[in-house]
Design a protein around this ligand. Structure first.
Ligand code: ADP
Length: 544
């Protein structure tokens, strides 16, 4: 069919991620990229050097016959060499598959084989783990250890240290870009809470658009004046895109290596003058424990993005009231690259005279940026009203949101092109999304939904509680009833009744859990989130 339009007279500028690092190299060349090394010391580089060494990675790959489109795994914490590797792999047109070293061997073996990773770049600290996996991964031809030869002695023939490997490569020979923007760039697997993990393959275009979308002022909004500490690991949805956003903005980038404890994170925040950081709530809990034990203050940090699981009121207050740090509560997932919503204030929410109402807005997961659209639907697929009370399945669409899983032909979207996130939530008249549950964690009691998240939020506000979790337990009459699991603060003791009394009046009576159990440790999954599967298995006896 003839087009009724004039031809596009603007440039054909393929959106490939090498453009990000080339931009940083050219326009922010001396801005620092620093990272903690294996021995705990701080290594210092800058965007120009990172770009040069990333080119050497590309040259090394092509010299060894790696073709574009080949999947290259990484098993590594956030480090300068890891950032060089990911730009080197993607710039060349290969696909960077970040593997989470905290997963079980079986899961990693599955992912490496399913992705058909041909090479793996790994931190020396994961050598023993990788050597355990490799006999089960026949497709892996070569391993590059992200260190120098002193860190990985006596390597077998198919392995080499990174510094020796790139030393020979001439960066001027790197051929970056020059392929279509819809070429795959990166691959991440969801942790597979049910069934096998599923792969989400991002394209160059989707990554660049995600960078622009999440870089908007009301979202992550980084600037050249920011110093960004990416605590969230690159194997957790590409560190939420932060190494891309930092290059686009020309921010200083700080990488914490393997040390994510409170003392080490605090040291980096202060010594590098960090203004922006991001991680899941559990990391910040560790930091706060350290700050309060040592009576310390955060002197440079201005904003923190918290997501991956719900951010508590205690964390928001801790950052805001204790240290003057603004909390951006974010929601998203692997399938969304990952940004979905962020709790940036609106005039109407900021202008609320009542502090409790302002806090209620901050506790919600937030509003969509331009580039994400969202609908909430009832069981029959009809859209639910945005009244802040009607819950629905959260469905999303946008240029950085999944269409189909990797190696799966079926579309992962509905007839209107929206992906079902598996989360349940409400949207209020101001457009703030509130997650009330994951569909698989919802408690269906007597035909109605009980929000485990809402009970957890309230129970974790009990002064004696450090963490609270609510899971569904089978029940002969109601089908399911809530069970509350509590981890107390150190040195505290409490009775079940104290917690039940605390909840009374704050939630509907029929939402009050049937039972309360206390645990010494909460089970956490590989990305630091509460693992409710383990709790359900542990407390599986039916509640009568
Ligand atoms: P997984 O947890 O399966 O490894 P993701 O890291 O992609 O996968 O996690 C996505 C899920 O995490 C979302 O579907 C949602 O249930 C949960 N989540 C993310 N951010 C938040 C948040 N701010 N509040 C509540 N839940 C969140």
């Amino acid at each position: 069919m003839d087009s009724v339009f004039e031809p596009d007279l603007m440039q054909r500028w393929e959106m490939t991620v090498d453009r990000l690092i080339v931009h940083a190299e050219r326009w922010h060349s001396t801005r620092e990229v620093v990272g903690r090394l294996a021995d705990g010391s701080i290594g210092r580089s800058n965007w120009a050097t990172v770009a040069r060494r990333a080119r050497q990675v590309s040259v090394g790959l092509s010299a060894h016959g790696i073709t574009r489109g080949t999947r290259i795994g990484t098993l590594a914490m956030n480090s300068i060499r890891h950032v060089e590797t990911w730009y080197g792999v993607m710039g060349y047109g290969a696909v960077c598959h970040t593997l989470n070293p905290r997963l079980f061997d079986d899961q990693l073996i599955y992912m490496i084989n399913h992705a058909d990773d041909r090479w793996i770049f790994a931190d020396p600290i994961f050598r023993a783990q990788l050597e355990r996996l490799l006999p089960h991964c026949p497709g892996v031809e070569k391993v590059i250890y992200l260190g120098d030869s002193s860190e990985v002695p006596a390597l077998p023939a198919n392995a080499i240290d990174y510094e020796t490997w790139i030393a020979e490569a001439d960066p001027s020979l790197a051929a970056w870009g020059q392929f279509p923007e819809r070429t795959p760039a990166a691959l991440c697997y969801t942790s597979g809470t049910t069934g096998n993990p599923k792969g989400v393959q991002y394209s160059h275009r989707s990554q660049i658009l995600h960078t622009l979308v999440s870089g908007q002022r009301d979202f992550l909004g980084l600037s050249a004046r920011d110093t960004l500490l990416s605590v969230v690991p690159m194997f957790h949805v590409n560190a939420w895109g932060l190494p891309f956003i930092a290059a686009a903005a020309g921010s200083k980038l700080v990488l914490p290596g393997a040390r994510l404890d409170g003392a080490s994170v605090y040291e980096l925040l202060e010594s590098e003058g960090v203004t922006f950081t991001a991680a899941v709530p559990t990391v910040w809990q560790l930091l706060f424990d350290f700050l309060s034990e040592n009576n310390l203050r955060l002197s440079t940090l201005k904003r923190v993005a918290i997501g991956g699981s719900a951010c508590t009121e205690a964390l928001i207050r801790g950052f805001r009231d204790g240290h003057g740090v603004e909390v951006l509560h974010a929601w998203g997932m692997t399938e969304m690259s990952p940004i979905g919503t962020i709790s940036g204030p609106l005039p109407v929410s900021l202008g609320e005279p009542d502090e409790a109402t302002r806090m209620a807005y901050n506790l919600k997961q937030g509003r969509v940026p331009f580039g994400v659209d969202l609908k909430i639907t009832a069981e029959n697929g009809d859209r639910q009203p945005h009244d802040g009370t009607a819950p629905g399945h959260i469905m999303v669409s946008g240029p950085s949101i999944i269409q189909s899983y990797f190696r799966d032909d079926k579309p992962a979207v509905d007839a209107e092109g929206y992906f079902d996130t598996g989360d349940i939530g409400t949207v209020d008249p101001q457009g703030y999304l509130q997650i009330t549950d994951r569909s698989k964690d919802l408690i269906k009691s007597g035909g109605e939904w009980i929000s485990s998240v809402e009970i957890e939020n309230i129970a974790s506000g009990h002064p004696k509680a450090l963490m609270a979790a609510v899971v569904a337990m089978p029940h002969p009459k109601w089908r399911e009833r809530p069970l509350l699991v509590v981890k107390l603060r150190p040195g505290q003791t409490a009775t079940a009744q104290e917690f039940l009394d605390y909840l009374k009046g704050k939630i509907a009576n029929w939402w009050i859990p049937d039972e309360v159990r206390f645990v010494d440790e909460m089970p956490l999954g590989a990305t630091g989130k509460l693992d409710k599967k383990v709790l359900r298995a542990k407390f599986a006896a039916p509640v009568i």
